[in-house]
Design a protein around this ligand. Structure first.
Ligand code: AMP
Ligand code: MG
Length: 398
């Protein structure tokens, strides 16, 4: 059986950005940029005031207590460009106003007072005080946001001031989700004896949507060859990635991998040394990928976070695909690792600036109640020795 690392390497070899598209800036948050954003302007675009105050020349205010003539017209942000500053003159300027040529400092209104038709300044400013220089933040023609970056609100601000009202981003992978199993009924139904409600379908759709990936729910499929064959047959028409739950382990009714193969999928792996989630399958037919996630709800979720997030992230060009990883201190002792790399439910919290992680007790890979409380998974390497409280462990953020 292959390791988690080997499985991720196989996924990496089969996942590349699918395409690019131009989208309006307002829709770009969270998307991965395919092209650099270059500014068509300096920022600030002109010499401007950082304060409501008075534009002055240094020679006129070399000592505190200087009194100057105030120009009749103040300059507001958005106002016309004022004429140059004359010797002995002070011009009232608002924050963001274009400054008269010749301005060498701005004295805040709080340090000035009007007296007998003149303005008196309490202070002698430092040269350049409260001036914002043209281009001091961004130079025209320079890159303000780089290709490969997942767009943040700050990037949106930069793109807007740079004049980029559309951005070129990588297309998002389209996902379809199908739960398989004879025992499944929808949440709206009361299960008869032996039946259970399908929780994986809604969970997997939510896991996708939490990362911004559109997920279409397919009809539930019974453990029966014709229905499963039809599912694989139609895969790829409307999605890049098909996610299924159930039917991939060693039971008599775990039919998916065999039928996927007969429907032309190449099985790239089936079985990974991971706990929970060992039976996971990954396959490809042309541009269509299939993840066969195990039916146990915790296994399905863990496999999503460890493998599917990584794959979908790579498909949209994410430079650091997959669930984020952090180091944290154990809040209590951790038992030794088993034969397989194990992902344990845990609650990670900020304890006075330190990341502290508490392993949760779980009844097993069906214990979705414990898993739903977790906000992190502790990665316990295969064969790891027991770790005492206070030891540092690696965690995946959910
Ligand atoms: P399987 O992987 O098909 O062998 O299923 C493993 C376990 O997960 C069984 O106990 C199933 O009843 C359960 N299971 C399968 N599919 C789902 C689902 N969609 N929602 C909740 N539990 C499921
Ligand atoms: Mg089953």
């Amino acid at each position: 059986m292959i390791s988690v690392t080997e499985a991720l390497a196989i996924i990496a070899r089969n996942t590349f950005p699918r395409g690019e598209e131009q989208i309006p800036l307002q829709e770009a948050l969270g998307r991965v940029l395919a092209r650099d954003v270059v500014s068509d302007t300096d920022w600030p675009p002109f010499e401007t005031s950082a304060m409501d105050g008075y534009a002055v020349r240094m020679a006129d205010v070399s000592l505190p207590g200087a009194a100057l003539d105030e120009r009749a017209e103040p300059v507001a942000a958005g106002g016309a460009l004022p004429s140059p500053l004359l010797p002995g003159e002070a011009v009232r300027v608002m924050t963001g106003a274009p400054l008269p040529d010749g301005t060498e400092a701005v004295i805040p209104v709080e340090r000035a007072r009007r007296e007998a038709g003149r303005v008196l300044f309490e202070i002698a400013p430092a040269p350049g005080a409260h001036l914002r220089r043209r281009g001091e933040s961004v130079r025209e023609g320079t890159r303000v946001v780089s290709a490969g970056r997942r767009v943040t609100p700050g990037d949106v601000a930069l793109a807007a001031l740079a004049g980029a009202d559309t951005l070129t981003v990588f297309t998002r992978p389209r996902v379809a989700i199908a739960a398989t199993g004879n025992e499944l009924v929808p949440a709206a139904e009361k299960p008869r004896p032996g039946q259970i409600r399908d929780s994986n379908g809604p969970m997997l759709a939510s896991l996708c949507r939490a990362q911004g990936w559109a997920a279409a729910a397919r009809r539930r499929v019974a453990d029966e060859a014709a229905g499963i064959a039809a599912l694989f047959d139609s895969a790829g028409k409307e999605e890049d990635v098909l996610l299924t739950s159930g039917g991939v382990s060693a039971g008599d009714f775990d039919l998916l991998p065999g039928i996927a193969r007969r429907q032309g999928f190449e099985i790239l792996f089936h079985g990974v040394s991971i706990r929970p989630g060992k039976p996971i399958a990954f396959a490809r037919r042309g541009g269509t990928l299939w993840f066969g996630l195990p039916g146990n709800p915790v296994s399905s979720s863990v496999c999503f976070h460890v493998f599917v997030r990584y794959a979908l992230g790579r498909l949209e060009g994410d430079p650091s695909p997959g669930a984020p990883r952090v180091a944290a201190r154990l809040a209590r002792d951790l038992p030794p690792g088993g034969k397989r790399e194990t992902y344990r439910d845990a609650i990670l919290e900020n304890a006075g600036g330190l990341a502290l992680v508490e392993p949760l007790t779980s009844a097993g890979s069906h214990d979705i109640a414990a898993h739903a409380r977790a906000n992190a998974l502790i990665l316990v390497p295969a064969g790891a020795t027991p770790q005492p409280a206070g030891a540092t462990v690696e965690c995946l953020l959910l």
